[in-house]
Design a protein around this ligand. Structure first.
Ligand SMILES: C[S@@+](CC[C@H](N)C(=O)[O-])C[C@H]1O[C@@H](n2cnc3c(N)ncnc32)[C@H](O)[C@@H]1O
Length: 273
């Protein structure tokens, strides 16, 4: 069965009385070339386990399994159960019927692999959870291009913010390639992109991210004013900025990850937490 054929996908949906459901971000990949490139980017060894979110009709799931992975895939839309019984028959795939945002990612072995054509409405919180779990050595995610740009943005750009810093803190990330709307059925309104993340084994830092969240909660304010609104003591922030050689007028979007880390240390004492 060729799930990268629009005819096959339309026929399957018809046979099972289903429609792609927007609430679940169901845009199915129907371009074999992109599918192959995603599988290659995951870079698993034969027989190695790959975790996936959102198998949908089973397109990426099948491609991973046929290339030699053992796939564990988390899907929320139970309407797809009978259809997947057909498309994934005989393959080394386990489907977990659950909301990926409620799944216990921390329970996985360290050094795990992840791949997913992510539902657009959960991409940011899910990538954040996957990174915070500390369990992955490589993650390949297909997201809206706008999200991919935020994931890989540098200071001083419009896309730079909490997600960029979250991704940078935990991993090195690369936008590998873009996909036009026509690579999916039904086609979404926007361009998509594949990002590869290679996490480092660093502990989460809630105090650092509390600071970064406050810094970006009101983007157009100066950092001092944004942090005051977030409950930080302004004279202390001003002293810390001076010690870091930063202007009292600086905005959060100008600070690098390292500068945020140094600011956190100046405000909260030594690293940790
Ligand atoms: C963009 S489709 C990808 C389908 C397929 N992997 C492909 O590449 O064609 C996203 C999939 O994620 C599922 N999904 C949406 N929200 C979810 C959630 N919170 N947890 C798990 N799966 C979810 C949808 O039902 C859908 O199957």
């Amino acid at each position: 069965m060729n799930l990268t054929s629009v005819r096959t996908v339309q026929d399957l949906l018809l046979r099972y009385g289903l429609r792609a459901d927007k609430r679940f971000g169901q845009n199915f990949l129907v371009e074999a070339g992109y599918l192959r490139r995603i599988v290659e980017a995951v870079g698993f060894r034969p027989g190695e386990r790959v975790y996936e979110v959102g198998p949908g009709l089973g397109t990426l799931t099948r491609a991973l399994a046929q290339a030699g992975a053992q796939v564990v895939s988390v899907e929320m839309d139970r309407r797809l159960e009978a259809l997947q019984a057909e498309t994934l028959a005989g393959l080394p795939v386990e489907v977990v019927w659950a909301d990926a945002l409620q799944f216990d990612w921390k329970a996985l072995p360290e050094g795990s692999l992840f791949a997913g054509n992510l539902p657009y409405n959960i991409a940011t919180p899910l990538v954040t959870q996957l990174l915070r779990s500390g369990r992955f050595r490589r993650m390949v995610v297909l997201v809206q291009k706008e999200v991919a740009l935020r994931m890989t943005a540098q200071p001083g750009t419009a896309e730079y913010g909490l997600l960029s810093l979250r991704v940078q803190y935990h991993s090195s990330a690369k936008r590998l390639f873009d996909l036009p709307p026509g690579a999916f059925f039904p086609p979404p309104k926007v361009t998509s992109a594949v990002v590869r993340l290679e996490p480092r084994p660093v502990p989460d830092s809630p105090r650092l991210f509390r600071l970064i969240e406050a810094a970006f909660a009101q983007r157009r304010k100066t950092l001092v004013n944004a942090l005051r609104a977030g409950g930080y003591d302004s004279p202390q922030v001003l002293r810390a900025l001076e010690a870091l050689g930063l202007s009292p007028q600086v905005r959060g979007e100008a600070l690098s990850l390292e500068q945020f880390q140094r600011l956190r240390e100046a405000l909260d004492g030594p690293p940790g937490g």
